[in-house]
Design a protein around this ligand. Structure first.
Ligand code: NDP
Ligand code: BG6
Length: 513
C-alpha cells in the first residue's frame, strides 16, 4: 500500500476530523511538557493522518535557536517519548514544517516577529492559517503572553472564520478563586471564550471519555444512578511517585491545588452530572457547572470536618526505602504542604441528596491507580444465611481509569456445591483485552480537538471558578492552621488515618482499588 494511503497527512487533509490549515505555536517549547507530551502528540497525529495538509509547528522561547536545533530537539523527544516509533517518512514531512522563533514572553517586538512569520507562511501556502497558541510555560508568564498576543493582533486573526486563532492554556489555572478570576479576565479581554481551551489532561484520557459513554449509552445504569440505589461514591487518584524534582512548583501547590481542584473534581462532575441534552461542548459543560454548584461548602472544623490533609513520611515502595516529604530535595524545612488530601462532598440535588462522595489524592501511595467506585446499597436482608448477621456484599461498580484500564462489578454468586453459600465475585472488563493497548495519549486528543475547535474536553471559565470557590476556603483554613491538623502517612500506604475517619463517621471505609 503506498504511503499516502496509509498516512493521509503525507497526502492531504484528514478525512476524519477536518482541521483547517493550522500553525501550532508552543510557548515554552524548550520545556519538559513540550518534549514529553506535546511534540510526541503532534507526531502521532501526523502518523494517523489527522493533521491538515497545511500544518506548521512553531516553537517559541527565550533561548535563541536555529530551526535545525529545534527540529533536532523535536525528533529526539519523539524518539524518547512517543508511544509509537519514529517513522522516517513521516518525520521527513514534518521536519521542514517545524520552525522556531526566539523572544521574551514580555517582549512586544518578538510577538510582532512571530506575527510576521505566520503571515509569511500564509503567503507561502496561499491561504489563511488558523493559529493555535499553546501556552506551556510556568504560570508567571501566562499574563504577558496573553497581553502580547492581543497587542500583536494575533488573538483576533480571522475572527469569526474557521481559521480564527485559539489558545490552549496549561494548568495551574490560578492558585485560588481571586487569581483564577483575574486570569479569566485577562484571557477574555483578549480572546473570546470560544477561542479559549483550558486544559485538564484527565479529560483527554480514553477511560474518562468512556465514562460518558458508559453512563449515557447503556440503559441499565441510569435507573440506578441516584440516591435510591447508590450508598456512596469513592474516587481515588493515587500516585506512586513522590515530589520528584518538582519541589519548586509543588511547595507552592500541594495536593489540593495540584490534583483535587482540577482532575479529581472533573471526575466528580462527570460521574454525578445529569445527562446532557447532546454531546455539544456547551451542553456537557452546562451540566458539569450545575453539578459543581450543587456541591455544598465543606465543613472545615471539629469532628464533623469534611477534609483531611497529610504529608508522606519515610516508607517502602516497590521494596525500596523512600524518604519522607520533608527530606526530599528542595522542600522547605518544616514545610506544611500537603501531599495527600481527602474530601467528603455533599451534593444537594434530587439525584444525590444524602449520598456522600469521598475523594482522595496523594503522592507516594501504595500503587498508582485512579478509580471511580460506585457503591450500591445492599440487598435487603439475606435469605441465603441463617442469621441476619451475615450480610451479602454490597454491589460495587468500579471504573479503573488508569492503569490497567477497565471496569469491574462486584456481585454475589453461589459457591458451587450442595450447600447454598454465597461469595462476592468480580465481573471484569479490560480495555487492553478487548481493544489492544496502544491507545492515543490524552494530549493527542486534546491538541486535535482544539485544532478543530471542539471544547468538550476543556474547562470553561465558570467551571474552573466554581471549583476554586469550593477549594479556596479549605486552602485559607489550612494556611491559618499551619501544622495543626496536618496528618502523616507512611510512603507506600493508602493514606492517613484522618482520611479513614472521614468515611468511618458514616460507617464506610475506603476500598482498596
Ligand atoms: P518548564 O519548567 O520546563 O518550562 C517550560 C519553558 O518555559 C522552559 O523551557 C523555558 O523556556 C520557559 N521558562 C521556564 N521558567 C521560566 C520563567 N521563570 N520565566 C519565563 N519562562 C520560563 O515547564 P513544563 O514544560 O514542565 O510545564 C509547562 C506548563 O505545563 C506549566 O504550566 C506546567 O504547570 C504545565 N504542566 C506540566 C506538566 C509536565 O509534566 N511537565 C504536566 C501538567 C502540566 P525558555 O527559557 O526557552 O523560554
Ligand atoms: C499533573 C500533576 O497535573 O498530573 C502531577 O501536576 C501529577 O503532579 C500528574 O503527577 C498525574 O498525571 P497522570 O496522567 O500521570 O495521572
Amino acid at each position: 500500500m503506498p504511503d499516502h494511503e496509509r498516512h493521509p497527512f503525507l497526502h492531504g487533509l484528514s478525512k476524519h476530523r477536518g482541521a483547517p490549515p493550522t500553525v501550532v505555536v508552543i510557548f515554552g517549547a524548550s520545556g519538559d511538557l513540550t518534549a514529553r507530551k506535546l511534540t510526541p502528540a503532534i507526531y502521532n497525529l501526523a502518523l494517523d493522518g489527522l493533521l491538515p495538509a497545511d500544518f506548521f509547528l512553531i516553537g517559541y522561547g527565550r533561548k535563541p535557536m536555529p530551526d535545525a536545533e529545534f527540529q533536532q530537539l523535536s525528533v529526539d523527544a519523539i524518539k524518547e517519548f512517543s508511544r509509537r516509533e519514529l517513522r522516517d517518512d513521516v518525520w521527513a514531512r514534518l521536519a521542514p514544517r517545524t520552525l522556531y522563533v526566539s523572544g521574551g514572553y514580555d517582549e512586544p517586538a518578538a510577538f510582532t516577529r512571530l506575527a510576521q512569520k505566520i503571515a509569511e507562511l500564509e503567503k507561502q501556502i496561499g491561504q489563511d492559517l488558523q493559529a493555535l497558541f499553546y501556552i506551556s510555560t510556568p504560570p508567571s508568564v501566562f499574563a504577558p503572553i496573553i497581553q502580547n498576543l492581543g497587542a500583536a493582533g494575533l488573538a483576533a486573526r480571522h475572527l469569526g472564520k474557521p481559521t480564527q486563532s485559539k489558545v490552549i492554556i496549561e494548568k495551574p489555572f490560578g492558585r485560588d478563586l481571586a487569581s483564577a478570576k483575574a486570569l479569566n479576565q485577562e484571557l477574555t479581554s483578549v480572546f473570546e471564550e470560544s477561542q479559549v481551551f483550558r486544559i485538564d489532561h484527565y479529560l483527554g484520557k480514553e477511560t474518562v471519555q468512556d465514562l460518558l459513554v458508559q453512563r449515557f449509552a447503556n440503559a441499565i445504569f441510569e435507573p440506578l444512578w441516584n440516591r435510591n440505589f447508590v450508598d456512596h461514591v469513592q474516587i481515588t487518584v493515587a500516585e506512586e511517585v513522590g515530589v520528584e524534582a518538582r519541589a519548586g512548583y509543588y511547595e507552592q501547590s500541594g495536593a489540593l491545588r495540584d490534583m483535587i481542584q482540577n482532575h479529581t473534581m472533573q471526575l466528580v462532575a462527570l460521574t454525578a452530572m445529569e445527562p446532557p441534552v447532546s454531546l455539544d461542548a456547551e451542553a456537557i459543560r452546562d451540566e458539569k457547572v450545575k453539578l459543581l454548584r450543587a456541591i455544598q461548602p465543606l465543613r472545615l472544623d471539629g469532628a464533623a470536618s469534611d477534609v483531611a490533609r497529610a504529608q508522606y513520611d519515610d516508607g517502602i515502595l516497590g521494596g525500596k526505602p523512600v524518604p519522607g516529604y520533608l527530606r526530599e530535595k528542595d522542600v522547605t524545612p518544616g514545610s506544611t504542604t500537603e501531599t495527600f488530601a481527602a474530601l467528603r462532598l455533599s451534593i444537594n440535588n434530587w439525584r444525590w441528596h444524602g449520598v456522600p462522595f469521598y475523594i482522595r489524592s496523594g503522592k507516594r501511595m501504595a500503587r498508582r491507580v485512579t478509580e471511580i467506585a460506585i457503591r450500591f446499597k445492599r440487598a435487603p436482608g439475606n435469605i441465603f444465611a441463617d442469621s441476619d448477621r451475615f450480610q451479602l456484599a454490597a454491589n460495587t461498580l468500579a471504573f479503573q481509569i488508569q492503569p490497567d484500564e477497565g471496569m469491574s462489578m462486584i456481585l454475589n454468586a453461589k459457591i458451587p456445591g450442595l450447600e447454598t453459600r454465597t461469595q462476592p465475585v468480580k465481573m471484569n472488563f479490560k480495555y487492553a483485552t478487548t481493544f489492544g493497548s496502544n491507545t492515543p495519549e490524552a494530549y493527542e486528543r486534546l491538541v486535535l480537538d482544539a485544532m478543530i475547535g471542539d471544547g468538550t474536553l476543556f474547562i470553561r471559565g465558570d467551571e474552573t471558578e466554581r471549583s476554586w470557590e469550593l477549594m479556596t476556603p479549605i486552602l485559607e483554613h489550612w494556611r491559618e492552621q499551619k501544622r495543626a491538623g496536618l496528618d502523616s502517612y507512611t510512603a507506600g500506604s493508602w493514606g492517613p488515618k484522618s482520611a479513614d475517619a472521614l468515611l468511618a463517621a458514616n460507617g464506610h471505609s475506603w476500598r482498596e482499588p
